[in-house]
Write a protein that binds this ligand. Structure first.
Ligand code: ASC
Length: 150
């Protein structure tokens, strides 16, 4: 009894220590989750883009807040590309599941660039933010070109 309880508590502790390890009841839930994650990520990324492109005045705090969110969000979609999530309301291409290593490399590259953008935004240097913003955009595009329907 005691042992069962400690195993259950350990499982709860593990689960709460890994918030990015989302679990899904159904494949549709995973598709909805990853699309939501990309939507939120794009919203915060584009707020930085507006400043990087001079469409809105630069505000270092706004850039830093949004870059922190982009880095956090960058970690989330990938667990939602599991088996059986290639169907339904998705633009994800089958190549994701036949080229898993390349897909993961692209996702890892993107996350690394998002972390660099966050680091750049913390410095408050607009030129550094512009450079890092461009690199993140390139890594978005690389995966869209290969793994997303138009
Ligand atoms: C964005 C956004 C994307 C990327 C991509 C970069 O702001 O929503 O999907 O940048 O367009 O090439």
């Amino acid at each position: 009894m005691k042992k069962a309880l400690s195993i259950a508590l350990a499982a709860v502790a593990l689960a709460s220590a890994a918030p990015a390890m989302a679990q899904f009841q159904k494949p549709e839930d995973a598709v909805k989750y990853r699309k939501g994650a990309f939507t939120v990520m794009a919203a915060h990324f584009s707020r930085i883009g507006a400043m990087a492109n001079g469409r809105v005045p630069f505000d270092a705090k706004v850039a830093a807040d949004n870059a922190a969110l982009v880095e956090t969000m960058s970690k989330l979609p990938w667990d939602a590309f599991g088996p059986g999530t290639d169907k339904g309301d998705t633009r994800a291409l089958p190549a994701i599941w036949t080229e898993q290593a390349q897909f993961k490399a692209g996702a890892d590259k993107f996350q690394a660039e998002a972390a660099k953008l966050n680091a750049a935004a913390k410095t408050g240097n607009l030129d550094a933010i512009k450079t890092a913003f461009g690199a993140v955009g390139q890594s978005c595009k690389a995966c869209h070109d290969n793994y997303r329907k138009d």
